[in-house]
Write a protein of this length. Sequence first.
Length: 200
Amino acid sequence: MKTIIANSLKNSYNYAEYRTKVTELLAEGKSSGNEQSEDLLHYSQLNEVRMNRLDKTLVVPEEVKILFGQLKTKYIWLVLAEGWCGDAAQLLPIMHKMDEVAANIDLRIVFRDENESLMQEFLTNGARAVPKLIILNADNHEVLAAWGPRPEGATRLIKEFKAKFGVVNEVAKTELQKWYLHDKGLSTMDEITKIMLALE
C-alpha cells in the first residue's frame, strides 16, 4: 500500500493544476479518463461550469474555519476523481475550500483511471466510485481514514431512486444536482469535519 500511495502522490495535482488539466482536455474535445464519449464530454463541460460557480459561491462556516485552523497533525487529502464525474464536480470545490482554511492539510488530486491500483484499494461496494477522499498522515503516508463518494443525504437519495425505479437515469442525476445545490456543501463539510476531529 505504501508504494501505491507513493506512486499516486507522484501523479497528483493540486486543485488549480487539476482544474487546468481538465480545462486543457476540454479544449482538445476530450474528457479525462480512459473512455471517451459524447456523453462524458458533455458531463465534463457541465462540470466545468458547476465548479466555476462553486469556487465563487461556496462559504466555509466560521466554526469549521476555527476547527480546521486548530488541527495539530499534518495531513494529506488524496482524492481520486475524474472530470466527467458530477459528484466530483460538486465535492472537490468543497474540499478545496476546507483545505484553504487549514494550514495542516495538503489537498492532492489524482485521476482514477491513471491510478488503478489505488482505486482498487478504495472501492465502494465493489465499484470504482469517485470522488474518494483518502486521508493520510503527511509524515509517513499512513492511511488514517477514507470518505466518499457522496455525503449520506446524497447517497440516500440515489439509493431510494434506484430502489423505486431500478435505475439511475438523467432524472435521478438532476435530482442529485438539486440536492447538492440546496445543501450548499454543509453536509460534506460536517461529515469530513467529524472525521478530522476524531483523528486529532
